[in-house]
Ligand binder design. Sequence first.
Ligand code: HPA
Ligand code: ZN
Length: 326
Amino acid sequence: TELLKIIQGIPKAELHLHLEGSFEPELMFEIAKRNKITLPYDSIESVKQAYKFNNLQEFLDIYYAGAQVLLHEQDFFDLTWAYLTKVHSQNVVHVEVFFDPQTHTDRGVSFDVVIKGIYRALEKGKSVLNISFKLIMSYLRHLSEEAAFETLEASLPYKDIIDGVGLDSSEMGNPPSKFEKVFKASAAQGYKLVAHAGEEGPSEYIWEALDILKVERIDHGNRCLTDEALVKRLVDEKIALTLCPTSNVALKVIQHMNEHPVAKMLDQGIMATIHSDDPAYFGGYMNENYYETAKALNLTLEQIQQLAINGFEASWLSESSKKKHI
Ligand code: HPA
Ligand code: ZN
């Protein structure tokens, strides 16, 4: 359609993408086979059947199970490379991707294996597909702060290739404040800071991410609109929200796409951007996220372009690189 063509034609930046969430069932089966691991599914169809969620936790359980087949450097390379070739076809020209080291190190896969595979693919994507990148390691918030400190320690030999740290996994009951010390220590190592907040959790968690963790972007942040003072803060300080509309529908953060807050956020002057979160599980990469949102909310061309511009604005590209894309 016309709308899809317009979206396809706009160069885009992806700032909220979990590499483990880009693991398509086809590749999962292929890697499981070569690693001699039996999946609890007998076909790709039955995998897709299992991808029905009522909340974040139901998704996370399946997402962590899927990641179990990743064992070798080549597996992490293949995962990342598949993602990059996919988004290249969607005119994504810059990515800032998350990985969850603890999902792998807790199974005995070393930090080195994970990051070497991912980084080799990102470098290839830069040279072959001309996709620039930043890499963000996320601490799993359902685990302890002590465990996050161990991950920080393990990352230090690679701190030149890791740009920032994030905070993901089960939000309710695991407020940002639980990770105050490790975020402070991460900043001291030169890492930039982001955190998931206000996806299922209350607006207080967004305040904590800003005031206690001192993050520069909020991942999701859907729940901010109920809090006028918070909206003012986000607008005044140009704090970006990396929204993921298809994810929100899939995890029932909202009941229907036409309830998505992104249009209201733009109206109120919030630096809102659109991303895909876990596209293999939620059924939408960048273009589908733009398309579904634009269609359901009747976004204008100006609003669609603003979302894409905001993606570059909120990125960690240098000011001169941003200018080339905007
Ligand atoms: N929220 C929290 N943790 C996650 C998500 C998410 O949307 N995706 C992958 N890990
Ligand atoms: Zn996410």
